[in-house]
Design a binder for this molecule. Structure first.
Ligand code: UDP
Length: 313
């Protein structure tokens, strides 16, 4: 009998890659998504597969999944800054009410539960790189607070279900990730810069571009998440690529790889935009024997090809 995994947010960027990975590892997958920011296009290649099923559902409401479930991956949430600024209440609801419902499902099925948390729990961090024992520097009432605090609440709820109900839980703190199936219009730096470079438009760097990010290729991230679920680690684990770059250098790198003649222009820095971000992955290396394998130039080339196909270039 095959193991069964439920993936909430399974039609999103990360969720759909996770569905692919689980199916190719021989699991049955039940994908749940309300398609608020996810898209059927990301999973349509799986529809003919007998080990895949899709339920269109908002996980902030009671969830019913027939039959046995072995693993529950909770990935449902708007996740890019422009999405959660547009959908503040839904973002808070899916992180709080949604996490509660999905934990309830895991408890009922005696399944292991993995929460997709985020480096945003560290806010604008005062320590660098960020280790899992850092509690963060988050503005609860700023515009990003809707996402950051929802994920912080989700972590607390996950630990409560672990401690109080004995649910087997895992928490992954995901740092900036990119790859095919990202939406060109999700507003994040990587799709924005690549789209602008390919269309010959100005590259919009926010602030002076000295803020840093560390970008992880999606396949590396999904491998780390799979290993974490299969482990017994209940404390949070950072998964990301520690290769750090300033946003200005990153814009230049995109221009170079796309051979674009676009110009860099500067726009105001969004409120509470973190100044630095880099995962300390000592824990993942030691406990999961995991580290990223795909460097940024290689990952960017694959992703740029994907965006070119999307744009019909
Ligand atoms: N950014 C930018 N231009 C854009 C979009 C984003 O300079 O068109 C900056 C943004 O202000 C942030 C960094 O790039 O400092 C990464 O932003 P992103 O939205 O990709 O993700 P975040 O790490 O902020 O969640």
């Amino acid at each position: 009998m095959l193991k069964v995994a439920v993936v909430t947010g399974g039609a999103g960027f990360l969720g759909s890659h996770l569905c692919d990975k689980l199916i190719s590892n021989g699991l049955k997958v039940v994908c749940i998504d309300n398609l608020l920011t996810g898209s059927i296009e990301n999973i349509e290649h799986l529809f003919g597969n007998e080990n895949f099923s899709f339920i269109k559902h908002d996980v902030t409401n009671f969830i019913h999944v027939p039959g046995k479930v072995d693993y529950v991956f909770h990935f449902a949430s708007p996740a890019s800054p422009i999405d959660y600024l547009k959908l503040p209440i839904q973002t808070l609801k899916v992180g709080s009410l949604g996490t509660h419902k999905v934990l309830g499902l895991a408890k009922d099925k005696n399944a292991a539960f993995l929460l997709a948390s985020t480096s945003e729990v560290y806010g604008d961090p005062k320590i660098h790189p960020q280790t899992e024992d850092y509690w963060g520097n988050v503005n609860p009432v700023g515009p990003r607070g809707v996402y950051d605090e929802a994920k912080r609440f989700a972590e607390a709820m996950t630990m409560a279900y672990h401690r109080f109900h004995g649910v087997k839980t895992r928490i992954v703190r995901i740092f900036n990730t990119y790859g095919p199936k990202m939406r060109l219009d999700d507003g994040r730096a990587l799709p924005a810069f690549v789209g602008q470079a390919l269309r010959g438009e100005d590259i919009t760097v926010f602030g002076d571009g000295s803020q840093t990010r560390s970008f992880c290729y999606v396949d590396d991230l999904i491998e780390g998440i799979y290993r974490l679920m299969m482990s017994e680690i209940t404390d949070p684990v950072n998964i990301g690529n520690p290769s750090e770059i300033t946003i200005k250098q990153f814009a230049e790198e995109v221009l170079e790889i796309t051979k674009s003649s676009s110009k860099i222009i500067y726009k105001p820095l969004p409120i509470d935009d973190p100044m630095v971000r880099q995962p300390d992955i000592t824990k993942a290396k030691k406990l999961l024997d995991w580290e990223p394998k795909i460097d940024r130039k290689e990952g960017l080339k694959i992703t740029i090809e994907y965006f070119k196909r999307k744009l019909g270039i």
